[in-house]
Design a protein around this ligand. Sequence first.
Ligand SMILES: [Zn+2]
Length: 248
Amino acid sequence: MKTVLFRKEDIYRGNLILINRDNPIRVEEEIKRNLVPVANSHHLLNREASDKIHQILIKVDLNNEIRPVSCFRSKEEQENLYNQSIRDNGMDFTRKYVARPDTSEHQSGLAIDLGENKPDIDFICPSFPYHGVFNKFRRLAKLNGFIERYKEDKEQITGISKEPWHFRYVGYPHSLIIEEAGLALEEYHDFVRGFDSEENSFLYRDTEYTWSIFYVGLLDDIMYLDIKADYYSISGNNRDGFIITCRK
Ligand SMILES: [Zn+2]
């Protein structure tokens, strides 16, 4: 058993942080310190997310049919993109596809837009079809911590239209659970809130392990909690607490 310290500032850190119109990003400087290039490109991503993308592309993209289109963006870059899109495409289009500054997952270094490798790739809406190598990528992505973040019929929840090209790193096994259940990340956060201790946790079994997942709300600036599992990871939810993932 281990006693773990939870601090308020850590609510805004971790692979599972929820970023949307109601939950802006808060720790940009720290995010910038943990960025590395993606697959020999000039694009930057969070180190763990970048490693995983690299591993997936090595396995599925033998003919170089997939390329990173947009990865990490600073607040300034997001601002410029948002304003430029309003000028070029109008407010309706921009509201559907471009998040306001500080509400874009691209500022977290955990999101990557991928495109079919062809001339004249659309920077905001690149083509990433549902066949061949692109679906092979999708199958491996969910086993390696990535979700297709903006799905059809979830616009009301996410505030963003369907984006087949936008993948968000949340870590395994959350990626597989979310994809198998067809949830938006917002819905997954709400679901996990229903499990509020190690004893009352959501159990997920894959072929190797049993995973136990639960939410801990933070009522004070700091809190201590005993965790029994030997292997665990913790992520803030970017709202009011933490998601704890134990492997057994
Ligand atoms: Zn994107």
